[in-house]
Design a protein around this ligand. Sequence first.
Ligand code: SF4
Length: 258
Amino acid sequence: MSTFLWESIAFGPIHSRRLGSSLGINLLPTDVKICSFNCIYCECGWTLEKSLTAREYYPVDTVMQAIEHKLQESIATGKQVDSITFSGNGEPTLHPHFHQIIDRLLGLRDTYYPKAVITCLSNATQLMRPEVCAALKKIENPLLKLDAGTQEMLDIINGPIVPVNLDEVVRELCSFNGNLVIQSMFLSGEKDGTPFDNSAEPNLSAWLDKIQLINPRKVMIYSLDREAPATKLHKFDKEKLEEIASLVRKLNIPAETY
Ligand code: SF4
């Protein structure tokens, strides 16, 4: 497959269906993905296990200078910025100084684009680090991943390369008291000869139970969009995604499909 990696710390703003005009931040190296998950659908390709320990991260000052430069450039060229968004080449909260970056970014946002929200797309595996959890609670738009209702499904779809316990993740997600958005990928296929479908029972009911416990302000439901590293994956159509969304809405939780 062709993998997709961002080539700089700050990029855009680009138009996002979900976020409007989004100025992107990539805290990870530009030549390889670094992640605690190895999702079968990741558009950045497979995670190299060594990448978690073998890499150095950008110093905080370098990150902040790049972001401030991009914010100044966006102001100077009259660009709108609705969201300052952490995404990039893997899991942003793995940056060892993520919490310091958030603290300093809040000040930059207030200076340059006070109406913009700060969004972080995260796989939620680092929520057990108190400073990461606290930092995500300071921003307006923590957008956290929950693809699986059971540990077995998490292991198949997300392929964690560090120990990740689904119940612990859900407990931390509950600690946001609803001030978060959950993003969930639904798909079916085969991994290492094992068929799976996270929209089928018992996974779907188990996932809904967890969504009800977490009670997020919204659930974003989507299926495959770009080329995935695994073969033998099947995308769900909009109708199927809407069926899942309607079950979420029955819990009085807003849901959107993409
Ligand atoms: S969590 Fe995101 S970056 Fe990490 S492997 Fe999954 S899709 Fe890729």
